[in-house]
Design a protein around this ligand. Structure first.
Ligand SMILES: [Zn+2]
Length: 93
């Protein structure tokens, strides 16, 4: 029985799972599974099958990584010093 276009793409996406993003916060920029560029062909194929925009999916995957403690959010994101004091971990005492 013929699959619909959507079913076909869903099958492709499930057959080609994405690779996890590299740990960019520790200087990694290569696919942890393939050792080449990331997103690798496999990851891109999955996104393509799911109709995701490559740069958006890439940004979302990297944003989902746990950020280092000294991460600087940049000038376009709100920074609340009070929040920082309350939320600080691993401090002196
Ligand atoms: Zn890969």
């Amino acid at each position: 029985m013929a699959l619909t276009e959507a079913e076909r793409l869903e099958r492709i996406a499930s057959l080609i799972p994405t690779c996890p993003p590299p740990d960019v916060w520790n200087g990694m920029d290569r696919c942890p599974n393939h050792g080449g560029r990331w997103p690798c062909a496999q990851t891109e194929a999955n996104w393509l099958a799911r109709g995701l925009d490559r740069s958006e999916a890439q940004r979302a995957a990297l944003d989902a990584l746990p950020k280092p403690a000294d991460y600087y959010a940049g000038p376009d994101e709100e920074y609340d010093p009070a929040e920082d004091v309350r939320g600080s971990v691993g401090g002196g005492f």
